[in-house]
Design a protein around this ligand. Structure first.
Ligand code: GLN
Length: 279
């Protein structure tokens, strides 16, 4: 116990917090309170933590300790090359979803005018990553949540991305009569009875962004069935799904008439993204 009232060094505040929450989370929360980055912290570990910052840090550590995700506490999350605002109205973008972006970019030429759709855009992660990498693409991002779209719009401004348009509505509803060169989606795909929904960080994320019926495939069924009427010939559909859903999603794609149907694995070697070409 420190008896003097001199401010404790940042390094010591971090060590104390790391006994209660993950060290990396403690660091991210401290950097958020200080408005600094890791390079700065590395050089200033012996600086003192002021009273107001110490109180703010303690409050965030306590909230993290009961499970609130760091991204909601700091209000931001890195995705691709972008810094995205996230709120409890949006799913927190995951690293697995960057694989979907990579596979999409492989199918979108650089210097061609193409039309891309991202369904259920949430924070805008997929749509904004693609739009930022392909300035000639016109990207349409949909979501049925007005609150999520407000966050996505804010993220377009924050990252100075203009070749994107946001529309309110479920899946293809706001895209009537339109056809795209590529459609991407990371829809909800967890089984509604999965006990994980009641554990850890997932408890704090919007249930509508996570769960999709008894087998987790309700939304993927709608997307696979309706996508062919919204794709140009040779257009691609790419969706994210659970590690145990690869075979089911490939079957949905094949039934809907897609060719070249394949599933890509994430960094942990698990089925994660299925894609197919409209013939
Ligand atoms: N498209 C967003 C993302 O990948 C949101 C996905 C969702 O809410 N299911 O982060």
């Amino acid at each position: 116990m420190r008896m003097s009232h001199s401010p404790i060094p940042l390094a010591e505040a971090l060590r104390a917090a790391a006994t209660r929450i993950d060290r990396i989370d403690a660091e991210l929360l401290l950097l958020h309170v200080l408005g600094r980055d890791r390079t700065w912290l590395f050089l200033h570990e012996q600086d003192g933590l002021g009273d107001a910052d110490a109180a703010a840090f303690a409050a965030l550590v306590a909230r993290r300790e009961v499970g609130e995700p760091v991204a909601y506490l700091s209000g931001t999350r890195g995705f691709w090359t972008l810094d995205l605002a996230v709120t409890p109205d949006t799913l927190i973008p995951r690293p697995e979803t960057e694989l979907l972006v990579e596979l999409a970019l492989e199918r979108i030429p650089q210097d061609v005018d193409v039309c891309i759709a991202d369904l259920g855009t949430g924070s805008g992660a997929i749509a904004l990553a693609i739009a930022s990498e392909r300035p000639r693409a016109q990207v349409v991002a949909t979501d049925f949540s007005e609150a999520a779209l407000a966050v996505a719009r804010q993220n377009a401004e924050r990252n100075h991305i203009a070749n994107i348009e946001f529309r309110l509505g479920s899946w293809f509803a706001p895209l009537a009569g339109e056809r795209f060169d590529l459609i991407a989606s990371n829809p909800p795909y967890i089984e509604s009875g999965d006990p994980h929904l009641g554990e850890g960080d997932l408890r704090f994320e919007p249930m509508t962004a996570l769960a999709s019926g008894v087998d987790g495939l309700d939304d993927l069924r709608v997307i696979a069935n309706q996508a062919t009427s919204h794709l140009k010939p040779d257009g691609w559909l790419l969706v994210e799904h659970g590690w145990n859903q690869g075979a089911s999603v490939r079957a949905l794609f094949e039934t809907a008439g897609f060719a070249d149907v394949q599933t890509a694995r994430d960094l942990e070697g698990r089925d994660r993204i299925t894609l197919g070409r409209r013939i």
